[in-house]
Design a protein around this ligand. Structure first.
Ligand code: FE2
Length: 338
């Protein structure tokens, strides 16, 4: 059954002006963030401290990079996909997306990306440097967001950062995507519905070409494009750590007949050997009002090593989200936490 769209809901999409966090309106702004984490899985940040000039440059070089290095290859893929779809093949398991991945932590691969050299002497001259500067700013913002979540949850500052650290620190990477115009949006999505496996995701999205939608209360809701905003969404792991209080939600990208959508998503994720589990204080708080005195709360998510979760996730990314944790529970083996 097709899921309906809820256009009205996007009008109340949670947007936080971060400058208000420094004023007497901080409490209200924190409340919007808390409500967003519990009920939307997404929120949007304005005045987040990343310079508009840097964002403009990131947009310019990523679009130039697509035109110079990836467009031709995408056109071949697009022609094949359309032909197959129009002949009746099911291409709903295909994403109408052109991407490059840049890893920043624990070790950067920026210097190894041969594609970035292709147009180096022309409009992509500063490509690597710009992406490096932007990643450093996004990493700082991601850690600030984690601490805002800690504050709302009553956890000490740095708790979530430490929970993600593992032995080598967090994993941090960026997916630079283009969603070129598609003459048959009915045949293929830009990116199929999924949740994100990791921690928090910070997205710099096109302000002219929409397409990102989240699933809320059984209907698709647009994530409104706003100039120089950063969209944040909750990955699977904060849902585990908060014992379900914070929600990762399904989201997708639609295709359009006009416009080439830019999307630069940065993933601040746990390190491979980080051990993820519901925080005991949050487990205790979750259903406190419904328990008799002396009864302990129930952890509804298992304890696992993040890399094990990722091994499961890559096989089931585009399937329903709930069975993943059931499978982790079934596989659960004792984990040394000393
Ligand atoms: Fe995603």
């Amino acid at each position: 059954m097709a899921i309906p769209a809820n256009a009205a809901a996007s009008l109340s999409f949670p947007v936080i002006n971060m400058e208000k966090l420094e004023t007497e309106e901080r409490g209200a702004a924190m409340g919007v963030i808390g409500d967003a984490c519990e009920n939307w899985g997404f929120f949007e940040l304005l005045n987040h401290g990343i310079s508009h000039e840097l964002m403009n440059e990131v947009e310019r070089v990523s679009k130039a990079h697509y035109a110079a290095c990836r467009e031709q290859q995408f056109k071949e893929f697009a022609a094949w996909t359309l032909e197959a779809g129009e002949k009746g093949a099911d291409v709903k398991d295909v994403d109408w997306e052109s991407t490059i991945f840049v890893r920043h932590l624990p070790a950067s691969n920026l210097a190894d990306l041969p594609d970035l050299d292709h147009h180096y002497r022309q409009s992509c001259r500063r490509c690597r440097q710009v992406m490096k500067e932007f990643a450093a700013e996004i990493e700082k913002l991601a850690e600030k967001v984690l601490d805002l979540l800690c504050e709302n949850l009553g956890l000490e500052q740095g708790y979530l950062k430490r929970a993600f650290a593992g032995s080598r620190g967090p994993t941090f990477s960026t997916k630079v995507s283009s969603y070129p115009p598609c003459p048959r949006p009915d045949l293929v999505d830009g990116l199929r519905a999924h949740t994100d496996a990791g921690g928090v995701i910070l997205l710099f999205q096109d302000d002219q070409v929409s397409g990102l939608q989240l699933l809320k209360d059984g209907a698709w809701v647009d994530v409104p494009p706003m100039r120089h905003a950063i969209v944040v969404n909750i990955g699977d792991q904060p849902e585990v750590i908060t014992n379900g209080r914070y929600k990762r939600v399904m989201h997708r990208v639609l295709t359009h007949t006009d416009g080439n959508r830019m999307s630069i998503a940065s993933f601040y994720n746990p390190g491979a050997d980080a051990i993820i589990f519901p925080d005991p204080a949050l487990v205790g708080a979750a259903d406190a009002g419904e328990r008799n005195e002396g009864e302990e709360g129930t952890a509804v998510y298992p304890r696992f090593v993040f890399e094990d979760y990722m091994n499961l996730y890559v096989r089931h990314k585009f399937e329903a989200k709930e069975p993943r944790f059931k499978a982790m529970k079934a596989d659960a083996a004792p984990i040394a936490t000393a």
